[in-house]
Structure formats: C-alpha cells, structure tokens
Design a protein around this ligand. Structure first.
Ligand code: NAD
Length: 353
C-alpha cells in the first residue's frame, strides 16, 4: 500500500492511474477536492478495490495519523498543493496554508508513524515530496539549466511556498532521519490538466472561439515534460532513489509560450478546422504580462538519467499530439470542469478581453 496526497489533481490522478495500471499494490488517496481536484479524473478506478479515496486535508494531522495507522503504507507520495501561480499572486493564503503548513503537518504525522515502525519497515519507508523547478527562480538566455545544487531563488508566492516545503522536507531528513526523496520537475502537460494552465486553457479557448491570451511578448521559456514521463520518473525515484537526495526531472524540451500556442493552433487547424477556414492563430491576443513573470526555466536532468536510468519516452512533438487528441476526445470532461467556479476565475483573469 502507498499513500498518495493530491491524487485527484492533474499529476496525482495520472500517477494513481499509471500506478494501478502497472502494479497491484493498492493506493490510499487523500485529497481535499479543492477546485483543482476532480474525482472524475479517477473514473476508471470507480469500482476498483485497489483504490481507496479519502476526502480530507493534509493539514489534518489526526486524520493523516488515522490513515497511516489503518493502512500502514510503505511510502507516501506527496502531490497535494495549491499549484497555480496566477492564483498565488491574487492571494497567497491558501498556498501558505496547504503548501507550507499542510506539508509540515503531514511530515509530523508521518514522522510519528515512521518512528514507531519495526526497524526493517522503518528503513524501507519513503516519503517522496513532489516539487517544481520554479523554486530555482529564473534563468537568463544561454545560462546553464538548473542542477540539483542550484541556489533557491523563488520569485512568486507559489514558488516561495514550494521552496519552503522543500526545505521542511530536507530538514525532516537531516534532523530526524526521515527517509525523504524530493523531485523538482519542469512544467507538465497531458490529460486531466485543469484548463487554467497554459496548454488546456488554449485548447479550450480555441475550440470555444474565444481569444487566446498570451502574456506579454510570449517569449517566456519553459521546459515541458509529458505527465506520463513525470509519473514514470517518480516511480523510479521511489524504487531506487537514495533517501535525502534531490532529483531534477525534465525533458530537455525548452519552448517559448508563443511557440506552444502556435503549435496548438496548427494541430487544431489540422484536426478540427474552424468553420470559417481561418487559422486558430487569428484568436491569439497578447495581454499584460504576469507581475514578476520568470523568463526562463530549464532542467538539467542528468542526475536521474545517470543514477536511476530514467529517460522520458515522449518528445514535445509526440506528447503534445497525444494531449490535444485527449482534449478533443473528452469534451464531456472539459465541459464539466468548466463549472461556475472556473468561469468566474477566467473572468477575473481575462475580463478585459
Ligand atoms: P493540481 O492543482 O492539479 O492538483 C492538486 C491536488 O491537490 C488537487 O486534487 C487538490 O484537491 C489537492 N489539494 C490541494 N490542497 C490540498 C490539501 N490541503 N489537502 C489535500 N489535498 C489537497 O496540481 P498538479 O499540477 O497536479 O501538481 C501536483 C504537484 O506537482 C504539486 O505539488 C505541484 O507543485 C507539483 N508540480 C506541478 C507541476 C506542473 O506542471 N503542474 C510541475 C512540477 C511540480
């Protein structure tokens, strides 16, 4: 048994689905079901006895303690977080609460449980903390990609809260000996991503004949990784990672935002042409840049490749085709996640369009 937090969100749900597709080891999935959590993502597991879903908060230490006591997982994989930079700029309270206070509460509950295990179980136990490359700050063009020893320079409330959680996890290893693993991954994309993030937002807006809002000049660079490759990397780190170590995960697929949007438009032009025959690219609208927007992120993933033998299976070209196809094939999922709450959010962001 493993305990996954945040397993109804984008990456967590992909991870749980992949996990149970590849092994019979059961999962207990603790998720608060915030706006970003969606049980529909786990639909294929509805009647699967290997998946136990618990709605609850990682900051609820007593609940986490009860789950640990009852299910006795051999590992915790911690995805639960507030994850959207724009929301963190509007208000950071939930980010501080879940990403920092929540991670602290989770670590404390896990530490108490772990300390009481038999020695063999204690040394086999793992706490895997899923984090982001955004903790490293912004790169200049031509600067080498982030390695695991890069100094932390978080610039947004989101990345600052994730940086704080990374430090707590590190300290729980150094101070208490908790066998932790930390992964810092680049931008993910793929099925089940909530349409507030760049790629699904653009697909959904394009199909709805709405403007495609590109921040500033659109030349911000991100290093994109298909979510299935991220999940495979996490499984590999859990299996073979060395406690106390950090592993950067990325696919060496640096792209500017505007390139991404143009690629999406070209695929949609091919697969779902607009009724009037014009390109979706005509919907692109440049909007005021995000405050403090980091210019470039890039991951140096040589450590996980060399030490754990992980490499991504997808390139951006193959992964983005799968992703666009998935959104085209799942209009019901898209319609349902665009609930009132989603619409309200989009309006606060892009009211001027
Ligand atoms: P997401 O926002 O799609 O999902 C987060 C999930 O956590 C949701 O299901 C939500 O309900 C749950 N959650 C939030 N607060 C909770 C709480 N207090 N208790 C229990 N559950 C709670 O996020 P995501 O994009 O899937 O990201 C997952 C993790 O991966 C995060 O830790 C994020 O920082 C990290 N990460 C994301 C990316 C990316 O590109 N999306 C890249 C690198 C790292």
């Amino acid at each position: 048994m493993i305990l996954v937090t945040g397993g109804a969100g984008f990456i967590g749900a992909n991870f749980v689905l992949d996990w149970l597709a590849q092994s019979d080891e059961p999962v207990v999935n603790l998720d608060k079901l915030t706006y970003a959590g969606n049980l529909e993502n786990l639909g294929p597991l509805q009647d699967d006895p290997r998946h136990v879903f618990v709605r609850g908060d990682i900051a609820d230490r007593a609940l986490v303690a009860r789950l640990l006591e009852r299910y006795r997982p051999r590992a915790v994989v911690h995805f639960a977080a507030e994850s959207h930079v724009d929301r963190s700029i509007q208000g950071a309270a939930d980010f501080v609460q879940t990403n920092i206070v929540g991670t602290y509460a989770l670590l404390e509950a896990v530490r108490a449980h772990w300390a009481a295990l038999e020695p063999a179980e204690r040394s086999a136990f793992r706490f895997l903390h899923v984090s982001t490359d955004e903790v490293y700050g912004s790169l200049e063009p031509g600067e080498p990609a982030f390695t695991e020893t890069r100094r932390y320079e978080p610039n947004s409330p989101y990345s600052a809260s994730k940086a704080a959680s990374d430090h707590l996890v590190r300290a729980w290893h150094h101070t208490y000996g908790l066998p932790v693993l930390t992964t810092n991954c680049s931008n993910n994309y793929g099925p089940y991503q909530f349409p507030e993030k760049l790629i699904p937002l653009m697909i959904v807006h394009a199909l709805a004949d709405q403007p495609l809002p590109v921040y500033g000049d659109g030349l911000q660079v991100r290093d994109w990784l298909y979510v299935g490759d991220h999940c495979a990397a996490i499984r590999r780190v859990l299996e073979a990672g060395v406690p106390g170590e950090v592993y950067n995960i990325g696919g060496r697929q640096e792209k500017t935002n505007i390139e991404i949007v143009r690629t999406l438009c070209a695929l949609l032009d091919e697969w779902r042409p607009r009724a009037d025959g014009r390109s979706y690219a005509t919907q692109i609208t440049h909007v005021r840049d995000r405050p403090g927007h980091d210019r470039r992120y890039a991951i140096d993933a040589r450590k996980i490749e060399r030490e754990l033998g992980w490499t991504p299976a997808e390139t951006f070209d193959t992964g983005i085709r799968k992703t666009v196809r998935w959104y085209l094939d799942h209009p019901d999922w898209v319609a349902r996640v665009q609930s009132g709450a989603y619409r309200q959010w989009v309006q606060t962001q892009y009211a001027a369009l």
